[in-house]
Design a protein around this ligand. Structure first.
Ligand SMILES: C[S@@+](CC[C@H](N)C(=O)[O-])C[C@H]1O[C@@H](n2cnc3c(N)ncnc32)[C@H](O)[C@@H]1O
Length: 272
């Protein structure tokens, strides 16, 4: 295809090519977990050596079970709050808005670094009520443009580990203080996950650094006043993980027997 977009990213922005490609491969499987066909169409318009991501179809459930999980939590929030704001932070090329198709009362904001936001704007169809913002999520300025009069979901999938603890906690406090009510939903790595980042090929190849270790809900509750824990789970204990093949199930069984491995990755959900 002659008009394919050449993509050249590094650091944290590059990592979203791996998570995106996992969704592309998943969509081609006979029994997909996420089934995001739009991701597949969009990938055809990108000129990139996808083998550089190190992602294979066999590895894709590590990403797609997480995305399917956050699709479910987001849909639950929107079912209760049809007039809401969604802050989809560090969105990369994820097409959650198009997978969930939220109702007419929802204002959706996809936010990522300028190089990712620009790519996103060129590749995804524009949609009324789906806004793409080019900013670092740790910058306070972009929040000033968001309507602050409705329940607000702050969702960060594959994001917190790239932030420093100080920046991450400031971001959470800013959202809790800036909106009347809502939820914080995000995944995190514990100390072991951060210390063993050199084993993560996606992170290593991008040259990105992981910083913020979250070891449980107390790390958030004590540091972000006004939050109430709704859920804290290991990926292995989610219904989405029940859909993976035998090799991943065996890995999960082994890892689940050691707490530091069971909670190496974690999903957090708070109300405020
Ligand atoms: C692992 S990717 C996840 C992408 C997407 N959420 C997904 O699950 O497919 C991490 C994303 O976080 C973004 N990111 C990391 N730090 C950020 C920051 N300070 N501001 C905005 N985006 C950030 C990166 O640019 C990248 O798109």
């Amino acid at each position: 295809m002659a008009d394919r977009l050449k993509v050249d990213l590094s650091g944290a922005p590059q990592t979203m090519l791996a998570t995106f490609y996992a969704k592309v491969l998943d969509a081609g499987l006979p029994r997909p977990i996420l089934g995001d066909q739009l991701a597949r169409q969009i990938a055809e318009r990108i000129d990139y050596d996808w083998s550089a991501t190190s992602i294979t179809a066999a590895r894709s459930p590590a990403v797609t079970t997480r995305s399917a999980h956050f699709d479910r939590w987001t849909a639950q929030f929107l079912a209760v709050h049809p007039e809401a704001v969604v802050l989809h932070l560090g969105c990369g090329l994820d097409g959650r808005f198009f997978r969930l198709r939220p109702g007419p009362g929802v204002q959706w904001y996809d936010i990522d670094y300028p190089e990712v936001a620009q790519l996103r704007k060129r590749l995804y169809p524009s949609a009324e009520r789906c806004h793409v913002l080019a900013a670092s999520v740790t910058d306070a300025d972009w929040l000033r443009d968001i309507p602050a009069d409705r329940p607000t979901l702050m969702l960060g999938e594959g994001l917190t580990m790239y932030l420093t603890e100080r920046d991450g906690l400031e971001l959470l406090r800013r959202v809790v203080d800036g909106f009347p009510s809502g939820e914080l939903q995000f995944d995190a790595f514990n100390t072991l996950g951060i210390k063993s980042q050199w084993t993560n090929t996606v992170v290593r190849r991008s040259g990105a650094r992981l910083h913020w270790a979250i070891n449980g809900p107390d790390d958030i509750r004590t540091a972000v006043p006004g939050t109430r824990l709704l859920a804290w789970v290991s990926p292995f204990d989610t219904p989405e993980f029940g859909r993976v093949g035998p090799a991943y199930r065996l890995l999960a069984k082994v890892m689940s027997s050691v707490p530091a491995l069971r909670y190496m990755a974690q999903y957090h959900r708070y109300a405020f």
